[in-house]
Design a protein around this ligand. Sequence first.
Ligand code: ZN
Length: 412
Amino acid sequence: MSRVIARCEQLATITDSPGSITRIYLSPAYMQGLALVAEWMQQAGMTTWVDAAGNQWGRFACANPDAPTLIIGSHLDTVPNAGKFDGILGVVTGIEVVERLVQTGKTLPFHLEVVGFGDEEGLRFEASMLGSRAAIGKWEDALLELTDAQGMTLEKALLECGLNPHDYPKADRSKDNLLGFWEVHMEQGPVLEVENLPVGVVSAIAGARRFKVMVEGEFGHAGTVPMMLRQDALAATAEIILMIEKNAQIHGLVATVGHIKAYPNAVNVIPGMVEFTVDIRSDDDALREKVMNLMFHSSEAISMQRGLDIYWKEYHWAPARACHVDFRQLFEQSISEQKVHVKTLVSGAGHDAMNMASITDIGMIFVRCKGGISHNPAESVEPEDADLAVETVLLALDKLAICYLEKQGVTP
Ligand SMILES: [Zn+2]
């Protein structure tokens, strides 16, 4: 049995709601999970601490105190009724890597840290990735006033976990001498499974824009208003949704209308107003802007033709983040050395690495998962795939050490 998988299984037994896996950011189970992870980190030979934002850190220091630090990690919080691997896999993989280095007596010319971030899922405080946001120095006092559904502030939640909320500047790693951030994550999609590959190299994390769209027409009686005289907002929306789908297909990106509400939503009333959301993602920001503009204009044309008004309101924007080409090459070489075909793919989902990209270079490896399922108890990762990911990181570390020493003018 793979120790990585066994540890993911063990962590899954720590939950806020018995019978399912739930460890929401700063909940009792979340903090209990950190304690177990800290224990593993210490067993592996790391010094550990929890920062002011509730992130769990472990450090495997090298001999030279002035050397830079490579961080490996992912997140330890979960969605409600989660699976065992989303986020957790990357943290446990990092610990396993250190344990293997120590067992084999290997040293590195740089420090290695493993991090388990909190709040990647962003479910509690109407903000997302608070953990890695603290690490990149993007917390401010106003954040502490955010409240959860029970009205508890982030400040109080941190205090209840025994953390000092006002210490958050100490969690900021942006001024540190960092070599990079590596994240191993389950794919959360079906590509690797379809291609029968255990791991893949992430080229970039897709950027995303999200909009709330409102279509305004005329309410009317379903029996008395002739078809020619209607301004049916729902029928117009149907046409707009198909236009969005078609544009995404033609231009090779992803766009989704995932939420829709028709008013008054009654069987015998012509819908006079509709609200829906649009989520559009691509690793190519310029392409996404171009397609987005096409969608704006087409939706306006459709609305005008039908005598309706349409309003787009953006509420989320994140640029694409490329993984560093050097890290990609290290991973690609390490994978092909293990006689595995190298597959490069874009991450459609957001990850902590996205935040970390603003303070250091990032690299990501995806691990195959069953059926592309995530955020669900059915999440499944094969032990051999997890072990291959560990081996890939170890090989890549060897190569990074050589590159690093070469750059320092030291011949290994
Ligand atoms: Zn995740």
